[in-house]
Design a protein. Structure first.
Lengths: 114, 110
């Protein structure tokens, strides 16, 4: 069964460093998403991406964050200068259509900022 | 602003019991509703998606209902098993994003 793949599974970084989280969405999907879950809190929406541009973003997704689809298969989330409060599990998701279609999630990347 | 609440926060039942998990949302202007399962430290596994025009959706021992006008959904698990132990998340789909509840932690004792 097709699945969303995320790498690495765990990333440890120093405060102020840049990190790139990588995702390979399901191959025929056109809509891509990033969510995050701080330990003990709800899963929160960060950004949605379609047709090579951001379609929606949350208040969390400030200038420190960016997303990119560098080639036909990868979808990345970059955090330019990490803060302690960026420590969380980051989930990538994809769907074949927008407007309420089912979203499939990857296993997540646990980001630890020291 | 859409808020999603799940009750109870935690539930412990003996194996074989039928159970109901509840989800409520404040704004009925949703596209669809999706139920997920999350195992500790793991990703989210989609269980069921109910479209806003539907009342019910079934998959195996799982049955999810949706009453959009009252802002409620329930997930019914029949004949629970220890392998069902996990956190169950409800999320409403608003535009391009999912808005999640905090989840119900389910423990099924053998």
């Amino acid at each position: 069964e097709p699945e969303v793949t995320q790498t690495p599974s765990h990333q440890v970084t120093q405060m102020g460093q840049e990190v790139i989280l990588r995702c390979v969405p399901i191959s025929n999907h056109l809509y891509f998403y990033w969510y995050r879950q701080i330990l003990g809190q709800k899963v929160e929406f960060l950004v949605s991406f379609y047709n090579n541009e951001i379609s929606e973003k949350s208040e969390i997704f400030d200038d420190q964050f960016s997303v990119e689809r560098p080639d036909g298969s990868n979808f990345t989330l970059k955090i330019r200068s990490t803060k302690l409060e960026d420590s969380a599990m980051y989930f990538c998701a994809s769907s074949d259509q927008g407007g309420g279609n089912i979203q499939y999630f990857g296993a997540g990347t646990r980001l630890s900022v020291l | 602003k859409q808020e999603v609440t799940q009750i109870p926060a935690a539930l412990s039942v003996p194996e074989g019991e039928n159970l109901v998990l509840n989800c409520s949302f404040t704004d009925s202007a949703i596209y669809n509703l999706q139920w997920f399962r999350q195992d500790p430290g793991k990703g989210l596994t989609s269980l069921l998606l109910i479209q806003s025009s539907q009342r019910e959706q079934t998959s195996g021992r799982l049955n999810a209902s949706l009453d959009k006008s009252s802002g409620r959904s329930t997930l019914y698990i029949a004949a629970s098993q220890p392998g069902d132990s996990a956190t169950y998340l409800c999320a409403v789909i608003v535009g391009n994003k999912l808005v999640f509840g905090a989840g119900t932690i389910l423990r099924v004792k053998s």
